[in-house]
Ligand binder design. Structure first.
Ligand code: GLN
Length: 304
């Protein structure tokens, strides 16, 4: 299978389909992104790196960073993590409040906003300087020392972050946020604001295809048993109430963000990142989903 040829073919096909969806303009700064951007980059365990389109351009990774904050928390803690956050798909939108009341402040999973706020709280409790330590973790994984937060995007999101403020306060009233909500929210907005390119993302996430070990440096980031669980969570919860659809059509563990990025992992094979900022009704990249569906169909490289 010539993966480069497949990517070129699928990129051309998907690039020519009519644009659908909308920018995540509820975050004012994200309304300024050029909707036409489209990039893809693959990194394989056999050492192939290949990108097309705007694959070197940095964009706001938004909820993709929730996988990274979870990995950092999971490095430090084990089973006790799952007393604070569940491992079930929510079947609701990423910013939904409805289940929290019934579930008494225990979010369904770490990838909905409620769950990511609890993970941010755990990092605040366990790290000396969580903002710096998360960045060091991400820079180390990507091998790119230029990775950074965007204060412009973080403050833009903070200016309209009423739902996340509500989520955080609601969880706090059940006792599942230990720090001050304001601090947790600031860290949450920061971690959503991280900017990476498709090239950075596929290189960075390759350790999840490699039993938790980096390719460069051969460093064990997460135990193989924990790595499997992160991939399982991405498979079942990575696309909010579209997770079933993504498993059905694409067949890979993955994670989306409202910046229009998607990362997908094939354990034992590759990591692939796609970016196209226009989102479907569920908040996932319209073209990104299409690209990955056609890519795993033609390459026959899904996990099923
Ligand atoms: N920062 C965004 C929010 O909290 C992240 C959402 C996402 O990427 N799905 O609304």
């Amino acid at each position: 299978m010539d993966l480069k040829k497949t990517i070129i073919e699928v990129f051309k096909d998907v690039n020519s389909i009519k644009e659908e969806g909308a920018l995540a303009s509820y975050i004012p700064e994200l309304a300024n992104v050029n909707a036409k951007k489209f990039g893809v980059h693959i990194s394989t365990l056999s050492g192939m790196n290949f990108g097309l389109g705007n694959f070197e351009e940095k964009f706001s990774i938004q909820s993709i960073s929730k996988v990274l904050s979870l990995c950092l928390a999971y490095q430090m803690l084990s089973g006790e993590l799952w007393n604070r956050v569940g491992v079930e798909p929510s079947g609701t939108a990423f910013n939904s409040l409805t289940q929290l009341e019934k579930d008494r402040g225990i979010p369904r999973n770490p990838f909905i906003n409620a769950g990511a706020l609890v993970i941010a709280d755990i990092l605040l409790s366990n790290l000396a300087d969580p903002k710096r330590d998360l960045l060091t973790f991400i820079r180390g994984l990507s091998g790119n020392q230029d990775v950074n937060y965007s204060s412009k995007i973080a403050s833009s999101e903070k200016s309209i972050g009423y739902r996340n403020v509500a989520l955080c306060n609601f969880i706090k009233c059940f006792g599942n946020i230990k720090n001050e909500p304001e601090e947790v929210l600031d860290f949450y907005f920061d971690l959503c604001s991280i900017e990476l390119s498709c090239q950075d993302l596929s290189a960075l996430f390759l350790f999840l295809a490699n039993n938790g070990k980096t390719i460069q440096g051969n460093k064990q980031i997460l135990l193989p048993s924990k790595t499997k669980r992160i991939n399982a969570l991405m498979q079942t919860c990575g696309f909010y109430d579209e997770s079933g659809e993504f498993a059905f059509k694409v067949g890979l563990p993955g994670k989306s963000g409202v910046g229009g990025g998607i990362i997908a992992i094939h354990p034992g094979q590759y990591a692939i990142a796609v970016w196209s900022p226009q989102l479907n009704a569920k908040g996932n990249s319209y073209k990104g989903m299409k690209f990955l569906e056609e890519f795993t169909t033609l390459s026959q490289l899904s996990i099923f």
